[in-house]
Design a protein around this ligand. Structure first.
Ligand code: ATP
Ligand code: MG
Length: 296
């Protein structure tokens, strides 16, 4: 059974074409990630599913039924921005949203416990990680079968991110279907059973992380670390190149010939190279291969 089926979905904001013919099938019980850079159309897709944002063309089914007010109850939604009221406590926020959603209040204490939330603290006093957890708890008040999260770990530190990932995984174990948008390949890779790579309003590849990496095919990844200079010069000869946090990743067909040439160019430009290796591809390398640029 597919939890979500999307066929040929189009959406424009005036002249901006945010979605250009997206088709996806998300199976019941899987964690599915939309991975793509800023402006790819992830939030637009999510808002259509979770907020009832209008669209121009396409077909959407939730557990086989047309997306409608009736199917809205099947979906819980954690937007990127917090919806908690700053001046209400954690528990008051949950009670407020239970009233608004006409959801039972008897689960509130269990949610507070499961999310290890401080019931009496005001929302404005919560750290980013706890605030995200409160929003997740709010989205679960009416026990939806599908959970949709927009950039769940943006802005969180590593421990809060891990805690949130654990919680998301525990909902999968209970049989919920999870759709999340992210531009962190680590997040997609750590959590998702399948990933759709989005760019400029389209899905450009879809599959498990391993299936996507297989798209790199014959190409190898050379990784260079150090105080690197002359990267723009290197790009003239090796255009498939990403630099992040002082690490350079270059896609090449023939590492034996390319590697000495890459080192030669970098050194001639005054680089101090600390290490060089031939690496396994990452999802960012897949994105680079498909689009000619990096994810961020
Ligand atoms: N309300 C809006 N009005 C006009 N244009 C919009 C609106 N929302 C999004 N857009 C445009 O639609 C395109 C897709 O944006 P969207 O927010 O869906 O991307 P995204 O993948 O979620 O990006 P990000 O990673 O930055 O969150 C972008 O070009 C964006 O500028
Ligand atoms: Mg977004």
């Amino acid at each position: 059974m597919n939890a979500i089926e999307i066929k040929d979905l189009w959406k424009s904001y005036g002249d901006v074409k945010a979605l250009r013919g997206v088709s996806l099938e998300i199976k019941e019980g899987e964690i599915f990630a939309l991975l793509g850079p800023n402006g790819a159309g992830k939030t637009t897709l999510i808002r259509i599913l979770a907020e009832g944002l209008g669209y121009d063309k396409g077909e959407i089914r939730i557990f086989g039924e047309k997306l409608s007010k009736k199917t809205a109850r099947l979906i819980g939604y954690v937007p990127q921005e917090s919806i908690a009221y700053d001046l209400l406590t954690v528990k008051e926020n949950l009670e407020f949203y239970a009233d608004l959603y006409d959801a039972p209040k008897d689960k509130i204490d269990a949610l507070i416990e499961r999310f290890e939330l401080p019931a009496k603290k005001k929302a404005k006093e919560l750290s980013g990680g706890f605030k995200r957890r409160l929003n997740l708890a709010i989205s679960l008040l009416y026990d939806p079968k599908i959970l949709i999260l927009d950039e769940p770990s943006t802005g969180l530190d590593v421990p809060s991110r891990r805690k949130l990932w654990e919680l998301i995984e525990s909902f999968k174990e209970e049989g919920k279907t999870i759709l999340l948008a992210t531009h962190y390949m680590e997040e997609a890779e750590a959590l998702a059973d399948r990933i759709a790579i989005m760019n400029e309003g389209k899905v450009i590849a879809i599959g498990t992380a391993d299936e996507l990496k297989a798209l790199i095919g014959e190409e190898s990844i050379i990784q260079v670390e150090g105080l690197l200079k002359g990267i723009e010069k290197l790009r003239e000869e090796f255009p498939k190149l990403i630099e992040k946090d002082g690490i350079l990743r270059i896609q090449v067909k023939n590492p034996r010939e390319s590697l000495p040439r890459i080192v030669e160019i970098l050194i001639s430009q005054g680089s101090e190279i600390k290490g060089v290796k031939v690496e396994e591809p990452t999802l960012e390398d897949v994105f680079l291969k498909l689009t000619g640029r990096g994810l961020e």
